[in-house]
Ligand binder design. Structure first.
Ligand code: NAD
Ligand code: ZN
Length: 342
């Protein structure tokens, strides 16, 4: 079969012929229909220090997908050929304290499909039935292929109650943009999205931001005044991975403000702990998605009108994957979806 492989220990990705995967008794075989490119794939493409430490040569990458089940192992009774599915890319151990308690997203031994094991950028993917999400076939396949990052956005955005609240989102990448749509859907009042990339800020506006702020030009305190806000942001979602953005969140939070952090920071840095303590801020780190409450919530939000389609800016055939990665490099891309059907 065809697959996108990290063939050599150097920047790039290679379209290769590889053997089809085999399924075990608890696995399903998925024939790929649409995949979308994640920032993680882009790290692997660039071959930065994290990717070099983490990914082995010869690995098939990718973990955001929508496909059709074509075969199931003999222990699998809940899925059948023809089912349209996506899947949770975090493989959990099933045996640690959290897994046994049903808190699988808090597993201490998580491994990643397309990072630590062969991934979804291929004609076929074999995966454990416990990681399969049965998709609503009325939802477009390209949207289902974005369920993994939409899940990151959902997990973060719904960590705290946002109904009637003023929400600050730092970072208008695909996930920040999806989070803007979600908090609007969930009833937030002001949805202020920051970035330093004007193209992405415009995308955030199309996705539901009520005020976009280029922090290289504008000051958030002045924006708060303009909006008639007196006490700071009630809820803040860090989605840029920038220490400066985290600093701005702590500076602009209300007393008792709640902060969820998804962004992955490149290095350790200091924040003003006095503000955290004396303003009684709550800070929550977010990794992945809740299994499977997040998947349920995002499906229901889409069924009740959440529209994330503007975030998909590029639709390409899988053989054109290099254009997709280069579009991401340019900074003028939201989600890039690859088609595996033709
Ligand atoms: P992205 O890199 O596409 O977007 C980040 C955006 O932040 C960019 O548009 C960038 O211009 C902007 N930015 C940079 N400096 C800024 C600043 N000072 N203030 C405001 N914005 C600034 O990322 P993405 O794919 O949308 O993902 C968002 C973040 O979440 C990334 O840091 C990513 O690594 C992280 N992530 C975490 C998880 C997890 O499970 N914790 C999962 C997926 C992604
Ligand atoms: Zn576990």
């Amino acid at each position: 079969m065809k697959a996108l492989v990290k063939k050599e220990s150097s920047p790039g990705l290679w379209l290769c012929d590889v053997p089809e995967p085999k399924i075990g008794i608890n696995d399903v075989m998925v024939k790929m229909r649409k995949t979308s490119i994640c920032g993680t794939d882009f790290h692997i493409y660039k071959w930065d220090a994290w990717a070099q430490r983490t990914v082995r040569e010869g690995q098939i990458i990718g973990h955001e997908f929508c496909g059709e089940i074509v075969a199931v192992g003999e222990n699998v009774h809940d899925f059948k050929p023809g089912d349209l599915v996506s899947g949770e890319g975090h493989l959990v151990c099933g045996r640690c304290r959290n897994c046994l308690a049903g808190r699988r997203h808090l597993c201490a031994h998580t491994r990643g499909i397309g990072v630590n094991t062969d991934g979804a950028f291929a004609e076929y993917l074999a995966m454990p039935m416990g990681n399969v999400w049965l998709a609503d076939p009325r939802i477009p396949e390209e949207i289902i292929s974005c369920f993994d990052p939409l899940g990151n956005a959902t997990h973060t955005a719904l960590s705290f109650d946002v109904l009637g609240e003023d929400v600050l989102i730092t970072g208008a990448g695909p996930i920040g943009c999806m989070a803007a749509a979600i908090v609007r859907h969930a009833g937030a009042r002001h949805v202020v999205v920051t970035d330093i990339n004007p193209w992405r800020l415009e995308l955030a506006k199309r996705m539901g931001a009520t005020r976009i702020v280029d922090v290289s030009k504008e000051d958030l305190k002045a924006v708060q005044q303009e909006l008639g806000m007196h006490e700071g942001f009630d809820v803040s979602l860090e989605m840029s991975g920038s220490p400066k953005a985290m600093e701005a969140i702590v500076e602009n939070a209300c007393h008792g403000g709640r902060i969820a952090i998804l962004g992955i920071f490149p290095e350790k840095f200091a924040i003003d702990w006095d503000k955290v303590i004396f303003n009684m801020l709550t800070i929550k780190g977010i990794y992945g998605r809740e299994m499977y409450e997040t998947w349920y919530k995002m499906t229901m939000m889409i069924q009740t009108g959440l529209d994330i389609s503007p975030v998909i800016t590029h639709r390409l055939h899988y053989t054109e994957f290099l254009f997709g990665f280069e579009a991401m490099k340019s900074g003028q891309a939201g989600k890039v979806v690859l088609d595996w059907t033709a």
